[in-house]
Design a binder for this molecule. Structure first.
Ligand code: NDP
Length: 335
Protein backbone atom coordinates (compact mmCIF):
# COMPACT_ATOMS: atom_id res chain seq x y z
CA UNK A 1 0.00 0.00 0.00
CA UNK A 2 1.01 3.59 -0.51
CA UNK A 3 1.47 5.13 2.95
CA UNK A 4 1.05 8.76 1.93
CA UNK A 5 1.08 11.03 -1.12
CA UNK A 6 4.55 12.09 -2.22
CA UNK A 7 6.48 14.75 -4.08
CA UNK A 8 9.86 14.22 -5.75
CA UNK A 9 11.47 10.82 -6.19
CA UNK A 10 9.60 7.90 -4.56
CA UNK A 11 11.28 5.93 -1.76
CA UNK A 12 10.68 2.41 -0.54
CA UNK A 13 9.49 3.83 2.79
CA UNK A 14 6.59 5.54 0.97
CA UNK A 15 5.05 2.07 0.58
CA UNK A 16 4.55 -0.80 3.00
CA UNK A 17 3.57 -4.44 2.95
CA UNK A 18 0.56 -5.17 5.17
CA UNK A 19 -1.07 -8.45 6.12
CA UNK A 20 -4.85 -8.54 6.38
CA UNK A 21 -7.03 -11.16 8.06
CA UNK A 22 -8.31 -14.23 6.24
CA UNK A 23 -10.06 -13.52 2.95
CA UNK A 24 -13.05 -15.47 1.64
CA UNK A 25 -12.08 -16.90 -1.74
CA UNK A 26 -15.62 -16.60 -3.12
CA UNK A 27 -17.31 -13.87 -5.13
CA UNK A 28 -20.15 -12.26 -3.14
CA UNK A 29 -23.64 -13.33 -4.28
CA UNK A 30 -25.55 -10.87 -6.41
CA UNK A 31 -22.42 -9.22 -7.97
CA UNK A 32 -20.68 -9.70 -11.31
CA UNK A 33 -17.25 -9.44 -9.70
CA UNK A 34 -14.32 -11.72 -10.45
CA UNK A 35 -11.99 -13.13 -7.80
CA UNK A 36 -8.42 -13.68 -8.99
CA UNK A 37 -5.12 -15.00 -7.72
CA UNK A 38 -2.42 -12.56 -8.84
CA UNK A 39 0.58 -14.11 -10.59
CA UNK A 40 2.63 -11.28 -12.15
CA UNK A 41 2.49 -7.55 -11.46
CA UNK A 42 3.75 -4.91 -13.83
CA UNK A 43 5.87 -1.95 -12.65
CA UNK A 44 5.12 1.00 -14.93
CA UNK A 45 6.38 4.60 -14.97
CA UNK A 46 2.84 6.11 -15.08
CA UNK A 47 2.29 4.74 -11.55
CA UNK A 48 4.49 7.54 -10.21
CA UNK A 49 1.85 10.10 -11.14
CA UNK A 50 -0.74 8.18 -9.10
CA UNK A 51 1.43 8.57 -5.97
CA UNK A 52 0.83 12.32 -5.95
CA UNK A 53 -2.42 14.01 -4.94
CA UNK A 54 -3.79 15.96 -7.90
CA UNK A 55 -6.09 18.97 -7.51
CA UNK A 56 -7.63 18.31 -10.93
CA UNK A 57 -8.45 14.72 -11.95
CA UNK A 58 -5.63 13.18 -14.00
CA UNK A 59 -6.07 10.60 -16.81
CA UNK A 60 -5.67 7.89 -14.15
CA UNK A 61 -6.95 8.22 -10.57
CA UNK A 62 -4.57 8.93 -7.69
CA UNK A 63 -3.82 5.94 -5.46
CA UNK A 64 -5.65 5.92 -2.13
CA UNK A 65 -3.17 5.74 0.77
CA UNK A 66 -3.80 2.69 2.91
CA UNK A 67 -5.44 0.71 0.11
CA UNK A 68 -3.63 -1.82 -2.08
CA UNK A 69 -1.88 -0.21 -5.04
CA UNK A 70 -3.55 -1.07 -8.33
CA UNK A 71 -1.91 -1.62 -11.69
CA UNK A 72 -1.56 -3.97 -14.62
CA UNK A 73 -1.01 -7.63 -13.89
CA UNK A 74 -1.63 -11.23 -14.90
CA UNK A 75 -3.93 -13.37 -12.78
CA UNK A 76 -5.87 -16.63 -12.62
CA UNK A 77 -9.63 -16.58 -12.07
CA UNK A 78 -10.61 -18.48 -8.93
CA UNK A 79 -14.30 -17.62 -8.90
CA UNK A 80 -16.56 -15.54 -11.10
CA UNK A 81 -20.15 -14.44 -11.43
CA UNK A 82 -19.32 -12.60 -14.64
CA UNK A 83 -20.48 -14.22 -17.90
CA UNK A 84 -17.17 -13.44 -19.71
CA UNK A 85 -14.84 -15.00 -17.11
CA UNK A 86 -14.77 -18.56 -15.79
CA UNK A 87 -12.86 -20.30 -13.04
CA UNK A 88 -9.44 -21.33 -14.38
CA UNK A 89 -9.22 -18.54 -16.99
CA UNK A 90 -6.05 -16.50 -17.18
CA UNK A 91 -6.58 -12.75 -17.46
CA UNK A 92 -4.50 -9.62 -17.73
CA UNK A 93 -5.47 -6.06 -16.89
CA UNK A 94 -6.02 -3.88 -13.86
CA UNK A 95 -5.64 -5.77 -10.61
CA UNK A 96 -4.26 -5.15 -7.10
CA UNK A 97 -0.77 -5.36 -5.65
CA UNK A 98 -1.89 -8.19 -3.39
CA UNK A 99 -2.11 -11.97 -3.43
CA UNK A 100 -5.84 -12.13 -4.23
CA UNK A 101 -8.05 -9.43 -5.71
CA UNK A 102 -11.80 -9.11 -5.91
CA UNK A 103 -12.30 -7.17 -9.13
CA UNK A 104 -15.69 -5.46 -9.35
CA UNK A 105 -15.15 -3.30 -12.41
CA UNK A 106 -14.06 -5.76 -15.06
CA UNK A 107 -13.82 -3.41 -18.05
CA UNK A 108 -10.03 -3.29 -17.49
CA UNK A 109 -9.73 -7.09 -17.65
CA UNK A 110 -8.93 -9.12 -20.78
CA UNK A 111 -9.12 -12.92 -21.00
CA UNK A 112 -5.78 -14.30 -22.23
CA UNK A 113 -6.17 -15.98 -25.61
CA UNK A 114 -2.70 -17.47 -26.07
CA UNK A 115 -1.41 -19.40 -23.05
CA UNK A 116 1.34 -21.20 -25.01
CA UNK A 117 3.69 -18.23 -24.53
CA UNK A 118 5.06 -17.16 -21.12
CA UNK A 119 2.12 -15.64 -19.19
CA UNK A 120 4.44 -12.93 -17.82
CA UNK A 121 4.56 -11.53 -21.38
CA UNK A 122 1.09 -10.08 -20.72
CA UNK A 123 2.70 -7.56 -18.35
CA UNK A 124 4.93 -6.35 -21.19
CA UNK A 125 5.38 -7.67 -24.70
CA UNK A 126 1.73 -8.76 -25.16
CA UNK A 127 0.21 -6.36 -22.63
CA UNK A 128 0.04 -2.64 -22.04
CA UNK A 129 3.66 -1.65 -22.93
CA UNK A 130 3.74 -3.81 -26.06
CA UNK A 131 0.44 -2.41 -27.27
CA UNK A 132 1.77 1.10 -26.55
CA UNK A 133 4.80 0.39 -28.74
CA UNK A 134 2.53 -0.83 -31.55
CA UNK A 135 0.14 2.14 -31.51
CA UNK A 136 2.87 4.70 -30.88
CA UNK A 137 5.01 3.45 -33.73
CA UNK A 138 2.64 2.28 -36.45
CA UNK A 139 -0.34 4.59 -35.84
CA UNK A 140 1.34 7.77 -34.59
CA UNK A 141 4.67 7.65 -36.47
CA UNK A 142 3.35 6.13 -39.72
CA UNK A 143 6.77 4.69 -40.63
CA UNK A 144 8.01 4.01 -44.14
CA UNK A 145 10.72 1.58 -45.24
CA UNK A 146 14.20 3.05 -45.06
CA UNK A 147 13.36 5.86 -42.63
CA UNK A 148 15.72 6.91 -39.84
CA UNK A 149 14.34 6.15 -36.37
CA UNK A 150 15.60 7.19 -32.94
CA UNK A 151 14.23 5.71 -29.68
CA UNK A 152 15.03 6.87 -26.13
CA UNK A 153 14.79 4.54 -23.08
CA UNK A 154 15.23 2.04 -25.88
CA UNK A 155 15.94 -1.09 -23.84
CA UNK A 156 12.82 -0.74 -21.68
CA UNK A 157 9.42 -2.39 -21.85
CA UNK A 158 8.18 -0.18 -24.69
CA UNK A 159 11.44 0.80 -26.41
CA UNK A 160 12.84 -2.68 -27.09
CA UNK A 161 9.69 -3.51 -29.02
CA UNK A 162 9.51 -0.22 -30.93
CA UNK A 163 13.03 -0.91 -32.17
CA UNK A 164 12.12 -4.40 -33.35
CA UNK A 165 8.95 -3.15 -35.06
CA UNK A 166 11.06 -0.53 -36.80
CA UNK A 167 13.55 -3.15 -38.00
CA UNK A 168 10.65 -5.27 -39.32
CA UNK A 169 9.60 -2.19 -41.32
CA UNK A 170 13.09 -1.90 -42.83
CA UNK A 171 14.04 1.29 -40.97
CA UNK A 172 17.48 2.37 -39.75
CA UNK A 173 17.22 2.28 -35.95
CA UNK A 174 19.31 3.85 -33.19
CA UNK A 175 18.50 3.71 -29.47
CA UNK A 176 19.79 5.42 -26.36
CA UNK A 177 19.96 3.81 -22.93
CA UNK A 178 21.61 4.44 -19.58
CA UNK A 179 24.25 1.71 -19.34
CA UNK A 180 26.70 -0.20 -21.53
CA UNK A 181 24.89 -3.45 -20.68
CA UNK A 182 21.67 -1.99 -22.12
CA UNK A 183 23.48 -0.62 -25.18
CA UNK A 184 24.88 -4.10 -25.89
CA UNK A 185 21.39 -5.60 -25.60
CA UNK A 186 20.07 -3.11 -28.15
CA UNK A 187 22.74 -3.98 -30.68
CA UNK A 188 23.24 -7.69 -30.03
CA UNK A 189 19.79 -8.92 -29.03
CA UNK A 190 17.24 -6.53 -30.50
CA UNK A 191 19.03 -5.84 -33.79
CA UNK A 192 19.33 -2.05 -33.51
CA UNK A 193 21.74 -0.65 -36.11
CA UNK A 194 23.43 1.48 -33.47
CA UNK A 195 23.00 2.50 -29.84
CA UNK A 196 24.68 4.73 -27.29
CA UNK A 197 24.86 5.31 -23.55
CA UNK A 198 23.45 8.81 -23.10
CA UNK A 199 25.07 9.10 -19.66
CA UNK A 200 28.51 8.89 -21.31
CA UNK A 201 27.81 11.61 -23.89
CA UNK A 202 28.71 15.16 -22.85
CA UNK A 203 26.99 16.62 -25.95
CA UNK A 204 23.78 14.79 -26.92
CA UNK A 205 23.26 16.96 -29.98
CA UNK A 206 26.68 15.96 -31.34
CA UNK A 207 26.05 12.29 -30.41
CA UNK A 208 22.89 12.32 -32.53
CA UNK A 209 24.54 14.19 -35.41
CA UNK A 210 27.25 11.55 -35.58
CA UNK A 211 24.68 8.74 -35.78
CA UNK A 212 22.21 10.54 -38.02
CA UNK A 213 24.24 12.73 -40.41
CA UNK A 214 21.17 12.86 -42.68
CA UNK A 215 18.74 13.59 -39.78
CA UNK A 216 15.96 11.71 -37.97
CA UNK A 217 12.59 10.94 -39.59
CA UNK A 218 10.95 9.42 -36.50
CA UNK A 219 11.66 10.02 -32.84
CA UNK A 220 9.90 7.73 -30.36
CA UNK A 221 9.89 9.91 -27.24
CA UNK A 222 10.07 8.13 -23.89
CA UNK A 223 12.16 10.49 -21.76
CA UNK A 224 11.70 14.21 -22.57
CA UNK A 225 14.01 16.89 -21.11
CA UNK A 226 17.57 17.16 -22.44
CA UNK A 227 17.09 14.29 -24.91
CA UNK A 228 14.10 15.94 -26.55
CA UNK A 229 16.00 19.22 -26.72
CA UNK A 230 18.88 17.50 -28.51
CA UNK A 231 16.60 15.61 -30.89
CA UNK A 232 14.59 18.58 -32.21
CA UNK A 233 17.38 20.26 -34.25
CA UNK A 234 18.34 16.84 -35.64
CA UNK A 235 14.89 16.08 -37.03
CA UNK A 236 14.36 16.03 -40.79
CA UNK A 237 11.74 18.16 -42.50
CA UNK A 238 8.29 16.55 -42.07
CA UNK A 239 9.62 14.28 -39.31
CA UNK A 240 7.28 12.72 -36.77
CA UNK A 241 7.62 12.54 -33.00
CA UNK A 242 5.44 10.16 -31.08
CA UNK A 243 5.20 11.58 -27.54
CA UNK A 244 4.76 8.39 -25.55
CA UNK A 245 6.31 9.43 -22.23
CA UNK A 246 8.74 11.85 -20.57
CA UNK A 247 10.10 9.87 -17.64
CA UNK A 248 12.93 12.34 -16.93
CA UNK A 249 10.25 14.82 -15.80
CA UNK A 250 8.01 12.64 -13.62
CA UNK A 251 9.79 13.26 -10.32
CA UNK A 252 10.68 16.92 -10.83
CA UNK A 253 8.69 19.49 -8.94
CA UNK A 254 9.33 21.96 -11.76
CA UNK A 255 9.57 20.39 -15.26
CA UNK A 256 12.68 21.36 -17.24
CA UNK A 257 12.20 23.79 -20.09
CA UNK A 258 12.71 22.70 -23.72
CA UNK A 259 14.64 25.36 -25.65
CA UNK A 260 14.40 24.00 -29.16
CA UNK A 261 10.63 23.91 -29.74
CA UNK A 262 11.02 26.36 -32.63
CA UNK A 263 12.28 23.46 -34.78
CA UNK A 264 8.76 22.01 -34.73
CA UNK A 265 7.84 24.91 -37.00
CA UNK A 266 10.94 25.28 -39.11
CA UNK A 267 11.18 21.53 -39.78
CA UNK A 268 7.39 21.08 -40.09
CA UNK A 269 7.47 18.29 -37.47
CA UNK A 270 4.30 16.45 -36.43
CA UNK A 271 4.63 16.03 -32.65
CA UNK A 272 1.75 13.94 -31.35
CA UNK A 273 0.95 12.68 -27.87
CA UNK A 274 -1.13 9.56 -27.36
CA UNK A 275 -2.51 7.31 -24.64
CA UNK A 276 -3.05 3.65 -25.31
CA UNK A 277 -6.58 3.71 -23.78
CA UNK A 278 -7.88 5.56 -26.83
CA UNK A 279 -6.89 2.71 -29.14
CA UNK A 280 -7.94 -0.36 -27.12
CA UNK A 281 -10.23 -1.62 -29.93
CA UNK A 282 -7.02 -2.42 -31.86
CA UNK A 283 -5.64 -4.74 -29.17
CA UNK A 284 -6.75 -7.94 -31.02
CA UNK A 285 -4.96 -6.80 -34.21
CA UNK A 286 -1.80 -6.05 -32.21
CA UNK A 287 -1.98 -9.40 -30.42
CA UNK A 288 -2.24 -11.46 -33.62
CA UNK A 289 0.61 -9.51 -35.27
CA UNK A 290 2.95 -9.75 -32.28
CA UNK A 291 2.22 -13.34 -31.24
CA UNK A 292 2.98 -14.51 -34.78
CA UNK A 293 6.39 -12.79 -34.63
CA UNK A 294 7.11 -14.16 -31.16
CA UNK A 295 6.30 -17.70 -32.29
CA UNK A 296 8.45 -17.52 -35.42
CA UNK A 297 11.30 -15.98 -33.42
CA UNK A 298 11.43 -12.65 -35.27
CA UNK A 299 10.57 -10.75 -32.07
CA UNK A 300 12.31 -11.33 -28.77
CA UNK A 301 11.78 -9.76 -25.34
CA UNK A 302 13.85 -9.20 -22.20
CA UNK A 303 12.22 -9.12 -18.77
CA UNK A 304 13.63 -8.06 -15.42
CA UNK A 305 11.93 -10.39 -12.97
CA UNK A 306 11.75 -9.78 -9.22
CA UNK A 307 10.30 -12.41 -6.88
CA UNK A 308 7.85 -11.58 -4.09
CA UNK A 309 5.37 -8.83 -3.33
CA UNK A 310 7.72 -7.53 -0.60
CA UNK A 311 10.20 -6.58 -3.35
CA UNK A 312 7.64 -4.73 -5.48
CA UNK A 313 8.27 -1.22 -4.04
CA UNK A 314 11.99 -1.28 -4.80
CA UNK A 315 11.30 -2.71 -8.27
CA UNK A 316 8.87 0.12 -9.03
CA UNK A 317 11.26 2.79 -7.77
CA UNK A 318 14.10 1.27 -9.77
CA UNK A 319 12.44 2.42 -13.00
CA UNK A 320 13.27 6.03 -12.13
CA UNK A 321 16.95 5.21 -11.61
CA UNK A 322 17.30 2.95 -14.63
CA UNK A 323 17.89 -0.14 -12.48
CA UNK A 324 15.60 -2.34 -14.61
CA UNK A 325 17.10 -4.14 -17.59
CA UNK A 326 14.08 -4.81 -19.80
CA UNK A 327 10.48 -5.04 -18.68
CA UNK A 328 10.21 -4.80 -14.89
CA UNK A 329 7.76 -7.24 -13.36
CA UNK A 330 7.13 -8.89 -10.00
CA UNK A 331 6.23 -12.55 -9.48
CA UNK A 332 3.60 -12.92 -6.77
CA UNK A 333 2.82 -16.59 -7.41
CA UNK A 334 3.77 -19.05 -10.14
CA UNK A 335 0.30 -20.69 -10.45
P1 NDP B 1 11.12 1.31 -19.06
O1 NDP B 1 11.03 -0.16 -18.98
O2 NDP B 1 11.86 1.93 -20.20
O3 NDP B 1 11.74 1.85 -17.68
C1 NDP B 1 12.01 3.17 -17.49
C2 NDP B 1 13.42 3.54 -18.03
O4 NDP B 1 13.46 4.95 -18.22
C3 NDP B 1 14.54 3.26 -17.06
O5 NDP B 1 14.98 1.92 -17.10
C4 NDP B 1 15.60 4.22 -17.52
O6 NDP B 1 16.36 3.60 -18.55
C5 NDP B 1 14.80 5.36 -18.17
N1 NDP B 1 14.90 6.58 -17.35
C6 NDP B 1 14.55 6.73 -16.05
N2 NDP B 1 14.82 7.97 -15.64
C7 NDP B 1 15.35 8.63 -16.71
C8 NDP B 1 15.84 9.95 -16.92
N3 NDP B 1 15.83 10.85 -15.94
N4 NDP B 1 16.32 10.27 -18.14
C9 NDP B 1 16.33 9.36 -19.15
N5 NDP B 1 15.89 8.09 -19.00
C10 NDP B 1 15.40 7.74 -17.80
O7 NDP B 1 9.66 1.95 -19.04
P2 NDP B 1 8.51 1.70 -20.10
O8 NDP B 1 9.09 1.15 -21.35
O9 NDP B 1 7.41 0.99 -19.43
O10 NDP B 1 8.00 3.19 -20.40
C11 NDP B 1 8.72 4.02 -21.32
C12 NDP B 1 7.96 5.34 -21.46
O11 NDP B 1 6.68 5.10 -22.04
C13 NDP B 1 7.69 6.05 -20.12
O12 NDP B 1 7.91 7.42 -20.30
C14 NDP B 1 6.23 5.76 -19.87
O13 NDP B 1 5.63 6.74 -19.06
C15 NDP B 1 5.67 5.77 -21.29
N6 NDP B 1 4.42 5.06 -21.49
C16 NDP B 1 3.39 5.72 -22.13
C17 NDP B 1 2.20 5.10 -22.42
C18 NDP B 1 1.14 5.83 -23.19
O14 NDP B 1 0.00 5.33 -23.32
N7 NDP B 1 1.44 7.00 -23.73
C19 NDP B 1 1.95 3.71 -21.97
C20 NDP B 1 3.12 3.06 -21.39
C21 NDP B 1 4.30 3.73 -21.15
P3 NDP B 1 17.88 4.06 -18.87
O15 NDP B 1 18.77 3.20 -18.04
O16 NDP B 1 17.99 3.80 -20.32
O17 NDP B 1 17.98 5.51 -18.49
Amino acid sequence: VLKHYITGFPKESDMELVTTGAVRLKVPEGTTAVLVKNLYLSCDPYMRSRMTKHDEPSYVPDFIPGEAITGYGVAKVLDSNHPNFNEGDYVWGITGWEEYSLISSTEGLIKIKYTDVPLSYYTGLLGMPGFTAYIGFFEICKPKKGEYVFISAASGAVGQLVGQFAKLMGCYVVGSAGSDEKVNLLKDKFGFDDAFNYKQESDLNAALKRRFPQGIDIYFENVGGATLDAVLPNMRIHGRISACGMISQYNLEKPEGVRNLIFIITKRIRFEGFLLFDHIDRYPEFLEFTVAHVKDGTITYVEDVVEGLENAPSALIGLFFGRNVGKQLVVVAKE
